[in-house]
Write a protein that binds this ligand. Structure first.
Ligand code: UDP
Length: 237
């Protein structure tokens, strides 16, 4: 059986320095990193956040917009990112389907588990958008849920840092990167690799969470191919 992974990255990753919108150079870089996985026979599912456009919590600050509506706005933002990534991957010759947890049939397919699995079997990349389709959840939880559903071997949380540190590496020079952490430790020590809902779901289903730097070219592939010089932290049993 070929390897199947779910790669999650935040919407902000696409935005570059401004923190807003999509920078095509970055979109293209990430697309090429993901393409290298597909080229090596790996089945790839993708979840992208929406923070480069809107987050429910921030949208509802001040009380003008209710949290639920803000969250739906956030979910729609993830659709924008998903469609952009589809374009970028297709530009490089990949076969890609976007599946949405909310029905937006003019834009993309609706999420159907069996259909997603069939896409993987046919060598297509599947981008899961609109989160879980429910407010009060995050795209980390959506990504974990989809990873469990599609029986991915791991969920890769691709970030701007190399992995999980014992303290904030931006603030403390002596911060140490942790290689392996248990789910319980991540929850107990409040190590926010993902929100607690996502970590608990991963724990219940023994889904390993890999945290790595997506801006280190070639690292994603090295991790999946279990190469010695791959740089990452892992949350698992
Ligand atoms: N969201 C939601 N339900 C979900 C997933 C996402 O309501 O299942 C909303 C929520 O408002 C969130 C926004 O979509 O703030 C964007 O997702 P997230 O903040 O996880 O994006 P990221 O920080 O990864 O870019």
């Amino acid at each position: 059986m070929s390897k199947r992974v779910l790669v999650k990255f935040s919407g902000e990753a696409l935005a570059g320095k401004t923190g807003f919108g999509i920078e095509s150079e970055i979109l293209n870089y990430i697309a090429l990193e993901l393409k290298s996985l597909v080229d090596n026979g790996i089945e790839v599912g993708i979840v992208i956040g929406g923070g480069n456009f809107i987050r429910g919590v921030s949208a509802s600050e001040g009380g003008l917009i209710r949290r639920t509506s803000g969250d739906y706005m956030g979910m729609l933002a993830t659709v924008i990112n998903g469609v952009a990534m589809q374009e970028a991957l297709e530009h490089h010759g990949l076969d890609v389907r976007v599946q949405s947890a909310l029905e937006i049939k003019e834009v993309c397919e609706t999420y159907i588990y069996r259909r997603a699995v069939r896409h993987f079997e046919k060598g297509r990349v599947v981008i899961f958008v609109a989160g879980t389709g429910n407010p009060f959840f995050t795209t980390d939880t959506a990504a974990t849920l989809r990873a469990v559903e599609i029986e991915a071997q791991m969920i890769i949380k691709a970030t701007k840092v190399d992995g999980v540190y014992d303290k904030d590496p931006c603030k403390f020079e002596d911060a140490k990167m942790l290689g392996k952490i248990s789910y319980d430790q991540a929850l107990k020590d409040n190590i926010k690799v993902m929100d607690d809902t996502a970590i608990a779901l991963a724990k219940d289903n023994a889904l390993p969470i890999v945290v790595c730097n997506m801006f280190k070219a070639g690292n994603l592939l090295k991790i999946i191919q279990e190469e010695k010089d791959a740089i990452y932290s892992m949350v698992s049993n």
